[in-house]
Write a protein that binds this ligand. Structure first.
Ligand SMILES: Cc1ncc(COP(=O)(O)O)c(C=O)c1O
Length: 345
């Protein structure tokens, strides 16, 4: 089955050659129906959400909340109250990290790994420094992959929080979150960076057993500027939100206010409504394809690419290891060559 024709950008050529796009781990291209849904929303339904009683506002709010329900079902969250729209994974993780002082005490340990993307590394470092939490970074092996047993070992009595990628954006390694959860204290909260796994694996946050799960829409064929912070309802209920503004209060007077119910409590300010429309269409697109059925095919493609490149001396792999559970991601360099092509279509 070919999906290439769904993506209008791939009909273009770069220097006379058809585009072969191998950078979906950085950001995916967009199917025509996602592009259409954004312009359709602007043309026919645009208004702010949750703020007005006019027809357009009701229509926009209805789309927005249906999208939330679609996300809930996509990740099998228990309730729409657990689905918070954010500006992307980085924003989600920063929001969670800003809440940590409400959960942890001085001296409590946060475990992270060397495998993490900067977005799932720096926010924990910063908050730990400010509030005297202890950070333990589980190192990677010579291939750049992490040993799950090392993560389990690092989770001792002082550990209160574990932040982990589900799928590495560099080596493709897939971390068995469920196994780790089963082998550490149930008191340790687990925040999963799902930026890469969301586009390849059927995600079931209840089965994973995580407390938070973050991802960006632009990695799953949707627009940028929108992402999700999943958090367990009880936990989110107990937390004060890190950002304040319009749309997230129940009552306000000159000297006091009360928060709105979940999920609005965590969504201060006007959200990127058209991006929510696009993300919703991207999720519908993926659901229609039964996208996770292609995971085996993706792995075969990865093996084909690796086997081919192995015979080429000029190719240097980063993080490739035959015996780890990995997705279709592979990082490589063409030695002694800096290829930078900036070519308008
Ligand atoms: C594993 C992982 N985590 C976090 C991020 C950050 O995502 P964003 O830049 O969309 O916020 C990325 C993006 O490359 C990623 O691959």
């Amino acid at each position: 089955m070919s999906f290439k024709s769904d993506f209008p950008i791939l009909k273009n050529k770069v220097r006379e050659y058809p585009i072969t796009y191998l950078d979906s781990a950085a950001s995916t291209q967009k199917p025509q129906e996602v592009i259409n849904s954004i312009s359709e929303f602007y043309q026919n339904s645009y208004e702010n959400v949750h703020r007005g009683m006019n027809t357009l506002s009701i229509k926009a709010t209805d789309m927005f909340e249906r999208a939330r329900e679609n996300v809930r079902s996509f990740i099998n969250a228990n309730s729409i109250n657990e689905v918070i729209f954010t500006a992307g994974a980085t924003d989600s993780i920063n929001k969670i990290s800003q809440c940590l002082p409400q959960i942890l005490n001085e001296g409590d340990k946060i475990v992270i790994t060397e495998l993490e993307h900067h977005s799932n590394y720096l926010p924990w470092l910063q908050i730990a420094k400010k509030f005297n939490f202890v950070i333990e970074v589980v190192g990677v092996n010579e291939n750049g992959n992490v040993i799950e047993q090392d993560i389990i070992k690092a989770c001792d009595q002082s550990t209160k929080f574990l932040a982990l990628t589900h799928m590495s954006n560099v080596t493709g390694q897939i971390i068995d979150i469920k196994k780790i959860k089963e082998n550490i204290s149930s008191d340790i909260l687990i925040a999963v960076d799902g930026c890469q796994s969301i586009a390849h694996i059927n995600i079931d946050v209840q089965d994973l057993g995580c407390d938070f799960y973050s991802f960006s829409s632009h990695k799953l064929y949707g627009p940028s500027g929108i992402g999700i912070m999943f958090g367990k309802e009880k936990l989110l209920e107990s937390l004060e939100p890190p950002s304040l503004g319009g749309g997230m209060i129940n009552n306000v007077s000159l000297d006091s206010f009360s928060y709105a119910m979940l999920p609005n409590k965590f969504e201060a300010g006007t959200p990127p409504i058209e991006a929510v429309a696009g993300m919703n269409t991207a999720i519908e697109y993926l659901n229609r394809l039964n996208f996770s059925d292609y995971f085996v095919e993706e792995k075969k493609l990865r093996s084909t690419l690796i086997n081919h490149f192995k015979s080429m001396d000029e190719i240097e792999f980063y993080g490739y290891q035959e015996d780890i559970n990995a997705s279709s991601i592979v990082s490589f360099n063409v030695k002694d060559k800096i290829i930078m092509i900036f070519q308008p279509f």
